[in-house]
Design a protein around this ligand. Structure first.
Ligand SMILES: Cc1ncc(COP(=O)(O)O)c(C=O)c1O
Length: 299
């Protein structure tokens, strides 16, 4: 809503399916142009700028491929082109990454996820450093009514008190599960920025502090139906698209969180039919490992 008809948004390719839906299927009706390009490949990303690019939108780690984008480099690129850099930092949480310190102009969090932390609140936050930008956004918020109710505010405020503890513990468990999955014969590949094999590992190690997060994806050695059997076969991991809460969740992006992607875009962006996404909660790591082990027997 900061933008005007004819303006252009350049978004990373690895983004939440609902953001894709908003950008490509709603904002386009207001005459806002949108391009998706890989923000992990700075040369390709730079080539996608247009004269009217006013906003750059990225996620790191990205959803659902856990791609890592160099936030500081993107900030420099956006500013060189006269655009604002906005980072959806929901996966990274404020505990592990602070995009404003890396040059971003706007940080967005879905408070529904880690900030609330208990799957019992819907909310969101925009964080900015520039008081002028804050004024412009506050004007829009006041005019359009995106205001949190008292109970949701209370739940978020209570969740924030344990945010750091939860995120560190969940990240530790996620790292153990990523190692386990990487060595499993029925798993084709594991996407977790904490693994040295992850293409963005070095940037993540520089940009994230105290852990690599509790989100990960992996591809089973099978088709859509095999992945569906795994996602539906866990007992502790609940089948749901949300994330970031104390309970562990599992989902299949091609059928669930990223079903809004046009199939061609989904394939072009590497979201395979056999991909499964995990949000690792606070259960005992060995229980979660056993749960994945028994579900993977269904591949
Ligand atoms: C990275 C990311 N950003 C934003 C959202 C949207 O959050 P909400 O459900 O609070 O609208 C999600 C939700 O799944 C998400 O995964």
């Amino acid at each position: 809503m900061l933008l005007e008809q004819g303006d252009h948004i350049l978004a990373g390719a690895d983004i939440y399916g609902g953001t894709y839906r908003l950008l490509k299927k709603v904002l386009n009706r207001c005459g806002i142009e949108v391009t998706l390009a890989p923000s992990t490949d700075l040369a390709a990303f730079a080539a996608a700028f247009r004269p009217r690019t006013r906003l750059v939108w990225i996620e790191s780690p990205g959803n659902p491929l856990m791609s890592i984008t160099d936030i500081a480099a993107c900030a420099e690129l956006a500013h060189r082109h006269g655009a604002l850099l906005s980072v959806d930092s929901t996966f990274a949480t404020p505990v592990l990454t602070r995009p404003l310190e890396l040059g971003a102009d706007i940080v967005m969090h879905s408070a529904t996820k880690y900030l609330g932390g208990h799957s019992d609140v819907l909310g969101g936050a925009l964080v900015v450093g520039d008081p002028e930008l804050l004024k412009r956004l506050h004007f829009i918020q006041n005019a359009t009514g995106g205001v949190m109710g008292p109970l949701e505010s209370f739940l978020c405020s209570r969740g924030l008190k344990t945010l750091e503890l939860r995120v560190h513990e969940q990240s530790r468990t996620a790292a153990l599960l990523a190692e386990f999955l990487a060595g499993h014969p029925r798993v084709r590949r594991v996407l977790y920025p904490g693994l040295a094999s992850h293409p963005g590992h070095l940037i993540a190690a520089r940009q994230m502090q105290g852990g690599f997060g509790a989100m990960m994806s992996f591809e089973v050695d099978g088709d859509l139906a095999a992945a569906k059997r795994v996602a539906e076969g866990t007992r502790l991991f609940q089948l749901a698209v949300s994330l970031g809460a104390v309970e562990s969740l599992i989902e299949q992006p091609a059928l669930m969180s990223h079903a809004s992607y046009d199939p061609a875009d989904r394939r072009a962006h590497g979201i395979a039919d056999g991909l499964i996404r995990l949000s690792v909660g606070l259960e005992a790591p060995e229980d979660l490992r056993e749960d994945l082990e028994q579900a993977l027997a269904r591949v």
